[in-house]
Design a protein. Structure first.
Length: 311
């Protein structure tokens, strides 16, 4: 059997389901998926998998678990479940949001969640007037706004998210991102930590100088916090040719990263075509056991059905 490496992407593991995001992974679903991975795959740490891709010792159906961004529930909810099942994960951290920060998309989501009235009038921002009277309408409004803002220049995107938050009077709520203490908890538990830039920009929207600086700052800040070298990197949003390109791969190489992960579907295989700085990853969003396993199997065949955007 040909050896392949499936790398799974997660962002959050909620303590309980969120009606606004019924597809988001919660603790019960995550634990079910961990059991399936242990039974049908060969789970490895990403660091070990990279080594075994190089030396030809990768087992058939190898799999890695990764998390992007650095949400607090990674330590609060996901970590105890990983430990219970003796599994390893690598957490890619956007360092600018540690200790009370909030990413633009979460600012926007909370604004729509807390908006009052039957509609959200954003015409002054050029974003139209969106109905929010029902749960389904709020879900549609969030999807629309995320799509409208995602590829705007970084500063403009941040500004609009904050303006919408102020307009709705939304509060930030409980800190969504990791604290430094929680980051070190992940490290102490033996989990892997990787860089995900400092401020999580879409690299292709920045000048090359700005992109290089954000990647380098994220690596340096994380190394300072954990007092250990950081050799793994995840491209924000991560679609090759759209969110990052060859210049950014060269930057990652020049900064000393040994491997980097994207969000394009597929699996990594040993051999001449292996690119350790553009490893594909898979987003497991199916809630049913058979559907989850089927999707993993399709991904190993590099069939790419429609999926939610990863970050």
């Amino acid at each position: 059997m040909t050896a392949t490496l499936s790398i799974l992407i997660y962002h959050r593991v909620l303590a309980r389901p969120d009606p606004l995001f019924p597809g988001e992974v919660d603790a019960r679903l995550f634990e079910r998926q961990l059991r399936l991975l242990k039974r049908f795959y060969a789970p490895l740490s990403l660091y070990d998998a990279v080594q075994r891709l190089q030396d030809g010792s990768l087992p058939p159906r190898a799999a890695c678990i990764t998390f992007d961004d650095g949400y607090a529930d990674n330590a609060q909810v996901a970590l105890p479940l990983l430990q219970r099942h003796g599994l390893h994960a690598t957490f890619f951290i956007a360092t600018a949001y540690l200790d009370g920060g909030q990413m633009w998309n979460d600012t926007l989501i909370e604004a729509v969640r807390q908006a009052s009235g039957p509609q959200l009038d954003l015409q002054e921002h050029g974003l139209g007037c969106l109905p929010v009277a029902s749960l389904a309408q709020r879900q549609a409004a969030i999807a629309t706004l995320l799509g409208q803002l995602k590829y705007l220049p970084f500063g403009r995107r941040q500004q609009l998210a904050m303006q919408i938050r102020r307009q709705t009077g939304a509060t930030a709520g409980q800190a969504a991102m990791l604290s430094t203490a929680q980051l070190r908890q992940l490290q102490s538990a033996g989990m892997g930590l990787g860089a995900h830039t400092a401020s999580h920009p879409i690299l292709s929207t920045l000048s090359e100088r700005e992109a290089q600086l954000d990647i380098a700052n994220g690596k340096r800040q994380l190394e300072d916090l954990i007092q250990a070298p950081v050799s793994l990197f995840a491209y924000p949003n991560g679609k090759a040719g759209r969110d990052y390109g060859a210049p950014h791969v060269a930057m990652v190489h020049s900064l000393g990263f040994k491997a980097a992960v994207a969000t394009d579907w597929g699996v990594a295989r040993p051999g001449a075509g292996l690119d350790l700085l553009q490893l594909p990853r898979f987003t497991p969003w199916d809630r049913g056991r058979l559907a989850f396993l089927w999707r993993l199997r399709q991904n190993r065949r590099q069939a790419h059905p429609a999926r939610p955007d990863a970050g």
